[in-house]
Write a protein that binds this ligand. Structure first.
Ligand SMILES: [Mn+2]
Length: 310
C-alpha cells in the first residue's frame, strides 16, 4: 500500500507543521498509510507547541524516492515546496493560499479562503465525523491561532473562531488567548540570530510579472528587536537578493499586539515600488510604515502583485 508523504512549505511555520500532522492522522483514519515530514527547522513558536503537546516532530527531509505520492499542505507554489516537485506525483493539496500551481495530472484539491490550513483539516475531520485526539485538537488550535495571530489577522473568518471553540472542547486549554500569547512570546524570543536568519524565519518566494521576489515576515511581540537592526538587515537583504538571483527582497517586522507593519527592501527601486504600492511613509527609524498590513497572503502579496503587474 502506498504511503502518502505529507509536507508543508519550506521554512515551516506552526500551521505547516500542525496541518501536516493533522492530515497524516486524517489519512490514517481513512485507512491509508501516511507520514508527515518537514522541509526545514522548526521556528521557536512551533518548538513551544510541540513541547506543549509532547508531539513527535515530523522528520526533516530534502527529497523522497522518485514518483513518491505527495500531499501538500499549507502551500501549492513550486518555489515554496520540495525541490524538484515535478519528479513526484501529487495526490492531494490542502491549502488556504492563492493558487499558481500547474499540475501534470489530476489530483484532489481542498482549498478554502480561511484562516489556516489546520482550520480546513479540522473541518475535514468534523465532516467525516472522525474522532480527534486531545493532542491533535491542541495542535490544530495552535495552527489556527498562529496563522490568524489569535484572530487579529484580516484572514480570520468566523469559522476559525468556531473551530477553535469546537476543538477546545477536546483540547481543554484553560485560556486559549494566554496560550496564543505564550506561543507569540516563544516566537519573539530570538536570542542571537543573524539578520539573515531573522529574515528567513518566515520567508517565501513569489513571482510577480515574471520576476522572482522574496518576502520575509517576522511576526513578533518585540518589534524593537528587528527595528534596532536596520543596517544589518539591509546588508542581509542585499545578500539574499544576490545569492538567490531575485529582483527584490522585502522584510516586514509585524508587531502582533499593536497590529503594525514596519518594512524594508533590498534595493532602492523595489523600495520605491513598495512605498507607492502601499502609499506608505518612510519612518525616522528607516522603515516604511505599512500600517496594519499584517497578512502576507491577504495584504502584502495581493497589493504588490496588483502594483507590479497592474
Ligand atoms: Mn497557513
Amino acid at each position: 500500500m502506498t504511503t502518502y508523504k505529507i509536507i508543508g512549505h519550506k521554512n515551516p511555520d506552526t500551521d505547516a507543521i500542525c496541518s501536516a500532522i493533522a492530515m497524516q492522522e486524517f489519512m490514517k483514519a481513512k485507512g491509508h498509510n501516511a507520514q508527515a515530514y518537514r522541509l526545514g527547522e522548526l521556528n521557536k513558536e512551533t518548538q513551544f507547541v510541540m513541547n506543549y503537546t509532547s508531539s513527535i516532530i515530523p522528520e526533516l527531509v530534502t527529497s523522497f524516492e522518485e514518483k513518491s505520492e505527495l500531499i501538500l499542505v499549507d502551500h501549492n507554489e513550486k518555489a515554496q515546496s520540495i525541490d524538484n516537485l515535478e519528479q513526484y506525483s501529487l495526490y492531494y493539496i490542502v491549502d488556504h493560499h492563492k493558487f499558481s500551481l500547474e499540475t501534470s495530472a489530476p489530483l484532489y484539491i481542498r482549498a478554502e479562503p480561511i484562516g489556516s490550513t489546520c482550520s480546513i483539516v479540522a473541518k475535514m475531520f468534523s465532516e467525516e465525523q472522525i474522532e480527534i485526539s486531545k493532542e491533535l485538537a491542541t495542535l490544530m488550535i495552535a495552527g489556527i491561532v498562529s496563522d490568524t495571530l489569535y484572530f487579529r489577522s484580516p484572514t480570520t473568518t468566523h469559522e476559525d473562531r468556531e473551530l477553535v471553540e469546537m476543538l477546545n472542547e477536546i483540547a481543554q486549554i484553560e485560556d486559549v488567548e494566554k496560550f496564543s500569547l505564550d506561543m507569540f512570546s516563544a516566537k519573539s524570543d530570538l536570542g542571537d540570530i543573524t539578520a539573515i536568519e531573522m529574515i528567513q524565519i518566515d520567508y517565501k518566494e513569489f513571482e510577480f510579472n515574471g520576476n522572482m521576489y522574496g518576502i520575509g515576515v517576522m511576526e513578533t511581540t518585540n518589534a524593537q528587536y528587528g527595528i534596532n537592526r536596520l543596517s544589518e538587515i539591509k546588508e542581509a537583504l542585499t545578500q539574499i537578493q544576490e545569492r538567490d538571483n531575485l529582483t527584490g527582497v522585502m522584510f516586514s517586522v509585524v508587531d502582533i499586539l499593536d497590529e503594525k507593519n514596519y518594512s524594508i527592501c533590498s534595493n532602492e527601486e523595489f523600495g520605491v515600488q513598495v512605498q507607492q504600492a502601499f502609499s506608505s511613509t518612510l519612518l525616522e527609524n528607516g522603515f516604511l510604515d505599512l500600517g496594519g498590513a499584517l497578512s502576507r497572503k491577504k495584504q502584502i502579496v495581493p497589493t504588490l502583485k496588483n502594483f507590479l503587474e497592474g
